[in-house]
Write a protein that binds this ligand. Structure first.
Ligand code: AGP
Length: 614
């Protein structure tokens, strides 16, 4: 939540800052701002609403603004204070010489503010961040050293932060620091960068340095100096970023979400690559460092995650219990962290997160780690905070996901769960080899089946159009596709704002059926397998209440034509693997409905891709 970026060098800072903020827009888009040093004066430019509003302001003053070669920028997802211009970052101090951008939450900001106000600081916003600007200015007044001022300020700040600071009197310097919020430094030739995330830097450099908590970095165009909070000098590993700038292009698609849906066949191939070599060979998972004897001794697995990752985890539970005979609990991270959880060294705790920066999941895995559990992290960002907590790290290799609504990362998480479950089953010898071989074969041909679904997207588009005026939507399923129903509903509500809910089909008659009438669409996920007939009869019950019925099925059964108003047919697939195929049409339905409604598909209101606050 919130993105920060800083540039110092010889080029016009404003272009680089705006480009960086554009690529960080997935982190928030309530308001934005930049601070530049122009003719030896720190100048702030801010706008409420979308980044385009800031770009419009910049355009009007471009000849003046483009002179500056140092600056910091921010894109906001509001936590403290409404998304107004006053609350937009950067924030400044009384004299206006300090500018600060911040991602995170300063937990003791009320006490700090009270103290600073008593000392004569005048606050202009309701934000927690403004306290940092006044605090740094106060410390600078005492030390006349910007790095030292930031260091002393961080000693008084409690909470989570990534901060970038400039000072009018300290030309050619940016000071940045972090605690429980991501920050990466990009190293250039005669220029340096700092940002919340790699997409803001990747156009300019592939050399990067990830900061650890409580480290403070001082950037000039030609140098980078790193210290810890106690002023000890540090050296930091410079890494080569694996990302390509092309990952940030829509490649001709109207939205990133549509592009990312279409990338899923290749994502499956990527995840399988090097791990599933042949159907008669064991899975290779070098990333899992848990001893094979310990795997055999595991009596429990707990999976923690949020949102879409939680739905992937729910599918993971079905697969692992089925293949490995180990009890699996799945819990939203935000619930796991506020109760007495029974976790020990014989429990494997799996954290699932696209971003690897979700605050609740980070806290959950840290708690489990303290209790001695082995921590396995499934993430799309091996460079993330969560990845650093991992004993075993399974990177899902989906590539940068820009759209706030997760699609390809969900697919990659699902495939990772199949691989992990097969791996454990092979270690424990808990599944017949021929059944595992069948599944491996199905995994190998899965990308072609997804391609077939994508090739027939016009039918899905027609169905989406027919239901785009619905105010509510119900998805029903049973068994391993219940999480698919939840994920289909989540996709629809987050990008179209339709009140969509996923139910286990068997629960419908215990309450939700009361809502059914001719205005209510019910989408039945009707995949061949042991619960097919049950869902069919639950669909009959819904039809009898006049609901508008849609089937998503791999069955060719002609009888379905009478019961359903629309039928979305997908290739035949085994029940156990079906969640990895049945989700694709649901992603497309959500996408096309949102598009028909003219919604902001890639940046839905009130959301941020990376939820770094609890
Ligand atoms: C997905 O479409 C959502 N935007 C959201 O639910 C997301 O899955 C959730 O915030 C968890 O994020 P993570 O996977 O990065 O931890």
């Amino acid at each position: 939540m919130c993105g920060i970026v800083g540039y110092i060098g010889k080029k016009s800072a404003v272009d680089i800052l705006l480009e960086g903020l554009t690529n960080l827009e997935y982190r928030g888009y309530d308001s934005s701002g930049i601070a530049l040093n122009i003719d030896n004066k720190v100048q702030l430019y801010k706008a409420a609403g979308k980044l385009q509003n800031l770009k419009n302001i910049v355009e009007k003053n471009y000849s003046e603004i483009s002179k500056s070669t140092i600056g910091i920028g921010h894109i906001r997802w509001a936590t403290h204070g409404a998304p107004t211009i006053e609350n937009a970052h950067p924030h400044s101090c009384n004299c206006g010489k300090v500018a600060v951008v911040h991602n995170g939450i300063i937990e003791n900001y009320k006490e700090l503010r009270e103290k600073l106000e008593k000392n004569g600081c005048t606050f202009r916003s309701q934000t927690d961040t403004e306290t940092v600007a006044h605090l740094v200015a106060t410390k600078y007044g005492e030390t006349h050293d910007l790095t030292e001022a930031v260091r002393l300020a961080t000693k008084e700040i409690e909470g989570a932060y990534a901060l970038c600071v400039i000072h009018q009197d300290v030309k050619n310097t940016i000071v940045a620091t972090r605690r429980n919020a991501p920050l990466v430094v990009g190293l250039g030739d005669g220029e340096n960068f700092v940002a919340s995330d790699v997409p803001a830097l990747i156009q300019y450099t592939k050399k990067a340095m990830y900061l650890d908590d409580n480290q403070i970095v001082t950037l000039t165009p030609d140098s980078i100096k790193l210290i810890d909070i106690d002023n000890n000098p540090l050296s930091q590993k410079v890494e080569t970023l694996p990302w390509e700038p092309v990952a940030l292009s829509k490649m001709g698609y109207k939205h990133f979400m549509l592009k990312e849906i279409h990338e899923q066949p290749d994502v499956v191939r990527n995840v399988l690559s090097g791990k599933l070599r042949a159907i008669d060979e064991n899975i290779t998972l070098n990333e899992v460092t848990l001893d094979k004897d310990k795997i055999k001794d595991l009596n429990r697995i707990q999976i923690v995650a949020c949102g879409t990752s939680l739905h992937a985890a729910m599918v993971g539970k079905y697969i692992i219990e089925d293949f490995c005979g180990i009890a699996v609990d799945v819990e939203p991270s935000s619930e796991y962290i506020y109760r007495k959880t029974i976790t020990d060294k014989n429990t494997l705790v799996i954290g699932v997160s696209q971003s690897g920066e979700t605050a609740d999941t980070i806290t959950a895995v840290r708690q489990a780690k303290c209790k001695g559990s082995h921590i396995l992290i499934i993430t799309n960002r091996p460079d993330s905070t969560m990845a650093r907590e991992a004993d075993s790290l399974v990177p899902v290799n989906a590539g940068i996901e820009v759209s706030v609504a997760a699609t390809k990362s969900y697919m990659a998480q699902l495939i990772s769960f199949y691989l992990i479950a097969i791996y454990i089953a092979e270690v424990k010898n808990s599944m017949p080899a021929n059944e595992l071989a069948d599944l491996k074969h199905e995994l190998i041909v899965l990308p072609q089946k997804i391609e077939k679904v994508l090739a027939h997207k016009e039918d899905i588009q027609k169905c989406a159009k027919a239901f785009s005026s619905s105010k509510d939507f119900i998805f029903i399923a049973r068994g391993i596709n219940f999480p698919t129903a939840l994920e289909g509903a989540l996709k629809l509500k987050e990008i179209s704002y339709i009140n969509a809910t996923g139910y286990t089909a068997g629960e419908l008659k215990h309450g939700p059926i009361a809502m059914l009438d001719e205005s209510m669409p019910v989408l039945s996920i009707l995949m061949s397998g042991k619960v097919y007939d049950k869902i069919l009869s639950n669909s009959e019950e819904a039809k009898a209440r006049n609901a508008r019925m849609i089937a998503l099925t791999d069955s060719e059964d002609e009888k379905l034509n009478e019961l359903f108003d629309y039928i979305i047919r997908i290739p035949e697939i085994s029940e156990i693997l079906s969640p990895a195929l049945s989700i694709v049409p649901l992603q497309l339905i959500a996408y096309y409905i949102a598009e028909f409604l003219g919604k902001d598909v890639d940046q839905p209101r009130n959301l941020a891709k990376s939820v770094t606050v609890e």
